[in-house]
Each structure stands twice: as C-alpha cells, then as structure tokens.
Design a protein around this ligand. Sequence first.
Ligand SMILES: [Zn+2]
Length: 269
Amino acid sequence: MKQSLRVRTLLSTLIIPCFLFIHTGRVSAADQMNPQTLKTFISSVPKANEVLFMYLGSSGLILKVADQTILIDPAGYLDAKAMESLKAVNLVLFTHGHGDHLNVQSAVQLYERFKTSIVCQQSLVAKFEQKIPEDKLITATPGKPVTAGKINVDSVEGKHPGTITLFRMTVDGITIFHAGDSGYVPLKDYSSQVAFLPVGGASPTASPDDALKMVAELNPQVTAVFHGKDQQYISFKSKMTSTFSKIKIMVCKVGESGKATVIPAAEKK
Ligand SMILES: [Zn+2]
C-alpha cells in the first residue's frame, strides 16, 4: 500500500510538470538561450535599414532598431542573468495580461534596472500602481498614438479572450507591427515594413489564415512569425509563397536572433 502510494506520488510529481509544460508550451528563453548569443545580440549595432530581433518565446521579443532597444511581451522569460546582459531598455510594451506575455514582477525589475517606460492597455495599468511611477506608465488607447522618447506607438484593439492591444511602432523611420497572439482584426490603416505575427500555438484566436489576412493589409516587406506550432508555420509559409511571393518570411526560434532588412520608404519604387 505504502509502496504504491510512493509510486503514485512519484508519478504525479513527474507527470504534472510535464503536462503543464506541454499544455502551456512555455519554454523559458533562459533555458534555451546561450548567454553568449544574448550578449552578442545586445552588443550588435543595427544598420539604418535593419531591425534586429531576438525571440524569447510566445510573443516575446527584444528589438534593436537604430539606437533603441525595445522589449515586447517579455513575460518572465528573462532571468536575472539575462537581465544583466541587457545594457539598456528604452521601452517595454505589453499586449495583454496572460502569463506567457506579462509577468508583473519581471516588468517591475526591468523598470528598476533601466528606468524604462511601460506601454500597456488600461486594464493592466492597475497591476503596476505603487510599483512603477505614473509618469513611466503609458496607457495604450486604440486610435491614440503615443510617443515614448524616440519611439512612436499606435495601438490597435485585437481579438483575444479578454482584451488585447496590438502595436505599430515607428522608430527612426522604420515601421514595425506586433500582433501579440491575436486573431485577425482590420489593419489597413497600419501598414508596416516589418510584421511580427502569431500563427496559433496555445492561442485560441491566432491561426495561419488570420496571420495571412493581417499580412494582406499590413503589406510588410518582411514578416516574422511566432506563437505557433511547427505545422502552423509550415501551413503559413505554403500559403504565403503562393500569395505574396515578394514578402520575406522568417520563423522565430526561441533564443535565436534574426535580422529584418527593409528598403527605406523613399527608395521603394
Ligand atoms: Zn493570450
């Protein structure tokens, strides 16, 4: 009896974490990220027409554009060691409050370390009260652009359980769209040179077809997809190649960096 109880306890301690791991699909970037890869990425300097990015997991990204470093949905993906490697953070944006996008404690640590401003929707502002000064908390309201230092941000209401805010950032003349893990919403007014789009994964709203409809309206030169399963990336790529042959497609891999090169608007024929 005792023996079987011990076996059951052992099994449950093994099975429950595995189930949680598979269910959330959450892989910590800290687990996968080679500290040297992060250091190399952080010290790299983007050219005038480049967006450098490192994918953290879910919809989490570190972007380097011009002299700016931006984090979007970093959740708790950056451990203390990874945070130490970041030299500066100019802005942190959160699309919504789900655990694989926002971790309040980690966001407060980012503020404390870099005195960075945070952009998030109204429903999340209360989570930061008493923890981050009001002048560092910028409310993202759809249809009302905001400026944080050298970064302009347009907010768009997305489609997801609860509320979600999608962002178009303009930095040094480059426009970058980030669609969290949202389903399709009309985006004709937000054309962007680079589009980071979800194709599914654990999101009940994102799918390859939704991402494809976003691409059709954002009309990017480069699209990098995340928040998806292997089959969804394959499906997205196959639909893209037949429909939008001129758009470069990249698939984000946790802990890896990438480079999106754009043609400046003035040079584009
Ligand atoms: Zn979500």
